[in-house]
Design a binder for this molecule. Sequence first.
Ligand code: DC
Length: 235
Amino acid sequence: MHDDVMPSELVITIDGPAGTGKSTVAYRLAQCLGLEYLDTGSMYRAAALIAIRHQLDPADGGVLATAVAKEAIRFDWSASPPSILLDGENVSERLREMDVSAMVSEVARQPAVRVVLVEQQRSIAAEHPRLVTEGRDQGSVVFPDAKVRFFLHADPAVRAQRRVDQLAAKGSDVDLEVVIADIEQRDHLDSTRSDGPLIRPQGAIDLDTSNMSIDEVVDAMVTRVTRAVADSGDA
Ligand code: DC
């Protein structure tokens, strides 16, 4: 839609907790602007799958980081959204399964694992310089100089309701209060971990998505990116 006016190098970061619609809006924004899309959560999930397959202790960051560095985590950029490959096998669906979800926060807490994945994310951006990248630390740690950085947040009760709706659509019935407690607990863990904590990056554009639809969030982002590009004279 707007890709004709986008510069040849443009990294846009989207940080924020789970349940803010981050992945969906990141992918839609990338499509709208004709940019590529990187889901960094899937890289932490791939690291968890490596731990599962090699029966490694996820709390042993050093051993796991070595395995992650050795095993090639790659993306198939011809797919939309890009699929994630482990040693050539498409594991995109596998990464959403329960065992991976249950292990991934422990894996994401390991500083040694983060070092390896952050380096891979920067290499990806060097090869794919027109990129929308989303995660917990993309604007704060990985790409602090990105031209546009967003921080999405939303009321925990709203995020919990979105999660309950998603699960209900898949046929699972869960209690809203339990999900709210789980989200608050995860926010606390994410924002207090020592390495790559979830924080609002300084200078990032703050969007409260509590009362916004996905379309409204994407529209607001497109406006801000178009303005930032025009202001910098890069277009
Ligand atoms: O967004 P997700 O649920 O796929 O993320 C999986 C896990 O990885 C979750 O525990 C948050 C963590 N993560 C992270 O620590 N840093 C990122 N850049 C992306 C995800």
